[in-house]
Design a protein around this ligand. Structure first.
Ligand code: AP5
Length: 214
């Protein structure tokens, strides 16, 4: 199954994609994670990504599209994938639609204050990228990843100023993308602002697979 997850920063796309990756064995393609990996490696491309991401700006379409195309061509995507963070502009949506058959498009939404609270409290493992929240999903040991014992850190772009910028960009870009997809697909809107992660996951799994089991 080829799934596209749309939604504002911090709405929970990465959290639900991680669940689906394990329960349904579909690769999770997060453009944000791909860019952060490159930044961590200190490559020239990574330096370019950092100059956009750390200020809350979008990475230019040509760079993003090239990365996603290369990733989707890999063998583990033959049976499907979950796209998280792509498309984010109308041009990206048009390229995606022109090249690949998509099975499901889920649009997650929540109030701005909810996503700001989620992002500012988010901590991620710097080794395995597992996602935590200081209040809603704390690790067992403070600052240490439950899965790999890596260090939990705040993302560079998770400071409040950058978060507001990302939200503003999302608001400008999302409507044309949804209008475009709605002509070809049924876009499923799901309210993801409940702080009960199990309920949000159950809604999404029901929409995608017809069952609520985690
Ligand atoms: P990216 O990494 O994709 O960031 P994002 O879309 O801004 O999304 P986030 O990762 O911030 O949030 P999320 O929805 O995955 O939420 P999460 O599950 O972590 O992109 C980063 C940057 O890269 C962009 O700003 C841009 O610069 C660039 N970029 C990426 N893709 C691009 C593209 N296609 N084109 C151009 N540029 C691109 O959850 C958030 C927090 O909430 C966590 O702490 C989690 O534990 C908690 N949480 C989740 N669900 C719940 C719940 N139900 N209740 C309580 N807490 C919850």
């Amino acid at each position: 199954m080829r799934i596209v997850l749309l939604g504002p920063p911090g709405v929970g796309k990465g959290t639900i994609a991680t669940t689906i990756r394990y329960t349904h064995e579909i690769p999770h393609i997060s453009t944000g994670d791909m860019f952060r990996d490159e930044i961590k490696k200190g490559t020239e491309l990574g330096k370019k990504f950092a100059s956009y991401i750390h200020e809350g700006h979008l990475v230019p379409d040509d760079l993003v599209i090239a990365c996603v195309k290369a990733r989707i061509e890999q063998a583990d995507c033959n049976e499907g994938f979950i796209l998280d963070g792509f498309p984010r502009t109308l041009e990206q949506a048009q390229v995606l639609h022109g090249e690949i058959k998509i099975d499901e498009i889920i649009h997650l939404f929540a109030y701005d204050e909810t996503v700001v609270e989620r992002i500012t409290g988010r901590r991620v493992c710097e080794d395995c990228a597992a996602i935590y929240h200081q209040t809603y999903r704390p690790s067992k040991e403070d600052g240490v990843c439950d899965y790999c014992s890596g260090r939990l850190v705040q993302r560079e772009d998770d400071k409040e100023g950058s978060v507001r910028k990302r939200l503003e960009i999302h608001c400008q870009q999302i409507r044309p993308i949804i209008d475009f997809f709605s002509r070809e697909y049924q876009v499923i809107d799901i309210y993801a602002g409940l702080n009960d992660r199990r309920k949000v996951k159950a809604r999404i799994l029901k929409a995608l697979f017809g069952h609520q089991n985690l």
